[in-house]
Design a protein around this ligand. Structure first.
Ligand code: PGA
Length: 249
């Protein structure tokens, strides 16, 4: 049985004092869960979040990174830098980064490789636009994104990649894919991984659903056969609401 992984994506929200207060509130609410709990926070919160989450079961991730280890990339942060302060996870290829910051399948692939080389675990986002969905291209788009993202990785690295299937039209809109739709898309991604890396890897890889996950719909989504938890944006900003999603059972 695969574990469930529930990750919060705070996006560009929360000052350090708010992050500390949030984690102090969340920690007792999720201490008994068997699910994995991750918070992906802005760079400026990372250090405070890591200190506050020490001795809890909450893990901390970043929301982006550069693929180079160091160099003349003003304003960027490398995987090595994140690892140096004990960050464990990093979101790569979120649709907002693809849309607003020119993230491509190629840079996503480079970033995943650099994350692994530096001991970070990537949470890789894939998902279709509304237009792509309406023209029946969902499956081909998300399986292609997956293939390009994972290109050149070892089986072991693929096994340790978390994939977040996030239909773009469902992000921040209050619209979710139906649990059947989300499960079918995730199955398509898993089948693609099976073709490329074998059944054993495909059965182990964690694939989350993301896009307007709330405490009200978490149970239905996360109980589906292939949905291994969620990447949660808006609803992760309130510790009580997020704890209900973590404790969805
Ligand atoms: P949302 O965001 O939960 O606010 O829809 C999800 C995400 O962007 O990861």
């Amino acid at each position: 049985m695969r574990r469930k992984v529930i990750a919060g994506n705070w996006k560009m929200n929360m000052l350090p004092n708010e992050a500390i207060e949030y984690i102090d509130k969340l920690a007792p609410l999720v201490k008994d869960t068997k699910n994995e709990v991750i918070l992906c926070v802005p760079y400026t919160d990372l250090f405070y979040a890591l200190l506050t989450a020490q001795n809890t079961n909450i893990k901390i991730g970043a929301q982006n990174m550069h693929f180079a280890e160091k160099g003349a990339y003003t304003g960027e942060v490398s995987a090595k830098m994140l690892k140096s302060i004990n960050v464990e996870y990093v979101i790569i290829g979120h649709s907002e980064r693809r849309q607003y910051f020119n993230e491509t399948d190629e840079t996503v692939n480079k970033k995943i490789k650099s994350a692994f080389e530096n001991g970070l675990k990537p949470i890789v986002c894939v998902g279709e636009t509304l237009e792509e969905r309406e023209s029946g291209k969902t499956e081909s788009i998300i399986t292609k994104q997956t293939e390009l993202a994972l290109d050149g990785l070892t089986n072991e690295q693929v096994e340790n990649t978390i994939i977040a299937y996030e239909p773009i039209w469902a992000i921040g809109t209050g619209k979710t894919a139906t649990s059947e739709d989300a499960n079918n898309s995730i199955k398509a991604i898993r089948n693609k991984i099976e073709k490329l890396y074998g059944k054993d890897v495909a059965e182990k890889v964690i694939i989350q659903y993301g896009g307007s996950v709330k405490s009200k719909n978490a149970k239905e989504l996360f109980s589906m056969s292939d949905i291994d938890g969620g990447l949660v944006g808006g609803a992760s900003l309130d510790p009580e609401e997020f704890s209900k999603i973590v404790n969805f059972e």
